[in-house]
Design a protein around this ligand. Sequence first.
Ligand SMILES: *Cc1c(COP(=O)(O)O)cnc(C)c1O
Length: 402
Amino acid sequence: MDFIDLKTQQTKIKETLNTNLQKVLSHCQYILGPEVKELENRLASYVGVKHAIGCASGTDALLMALMAYNVGPGDAIFTSPFTFIATAEVISLLGATPVFVDIDPRTFNIDPAKLEQAILALKDNNPSFYPLPMVNVERRTSNIKLAPRCVIPVDLFGLPADYDAILAIASKHDLFVIEDAAQSFGAEYKGKKTCSFGNIACTSFFPAKPFGCYGDGGMCFTNDDNLAAALDSIHVHGKGIHKYDNVRIGINGRLDTLQAAILLAKFEIFPEEIELRQHAAQRYTDLLTNTNFEHRTLNIEHSSLVTPYIPAGYKSIWAQYSILAKDEKHRLDLMKRLQENKIPTAIYYPTPLHLQTAFSVLGYKKGDLPVSEDCSERIFSLPMHPYLTEKDQIYITEIINK
Ligand SMILES: *Cc1c(COP(=O)(O)O)cnc(C)c1O
């Protein structure tokens, strides 16, 4: 059994895939060929946003978004500690400082109430109100006080963050918002598609994401003409009127034509795959809630296993189907039992970012962000993809329910 099955999908798109790839091989425009523009146009209109800029990865998409706002030393960027390293890595790469805000235990996404506490604590320079990072003064020429600039909400496991609440707080405190939609392309929040929230939204086409290519790729989305122009320049070495006129420091961040051609083939069956993912997730939940599972409550529930919670008005794309065990030992037992029956599982994420060695310079300690820490000890993910069969899901859930 596969954790994510990409083979079945490939057999379904084989013909279009071959035609699309052959077209690229005949026109030979491997860099910024017509397929890139075509994909940008199609995805921008799908998401309902004016501009889309293809890029080399989801990480580059996030980096470019921060670069478009000239983020740098002294800037505080608020984000979730319960995410993939890339979300916060790009902040540090630009010399800015990540400020980690704990998650809602039901959705695993950034908690808007805590976001506001963290912003107020930072403005007041008062870590007793909310845990704040240490600024590494030694490495600076002067002691720069951090200025709140931006929030990066993450749509974890394909479930959108609470954008109404987050955007209201961001606007009140004059922060811009970058949506990390790396895991959520195709999901919806109150009737709107993800990749349409905030000032710039970023997604990833890494093969294992819900909409993945056969290598690395990503995309930025925005309604703002000036930001779109900046992103377009940044992803080609800060180009101006032409590629050898360089008006800013940029990166080599283009999406390959071949990857765009692959995504165009996959896009044809994507709507169907979204529905298949909904069915597979619902089947898991039905098969698990019959027994000892409980739907999530606000309290961090330790008495039973917990299935995913999808608030009213949200549609997840189910990048992962993640459940919480009672505790770390229970998780280990369950994962071992599944492994003995040849069922692959994974832990996203075993260490919240504020406790990662790479961020030790920020001075966070265990206990600072207790919900993320608790989830990282109990969470694990089951095989999830559009072509998961009911038979396999019965087999998997019977082992868990035993
Ligand atoms: C995968 C991922 C990224 C990075 O995307 P890449 O294409 O792998 O660079 C960023 N943020 C989150 C939440 C992700 O899951």
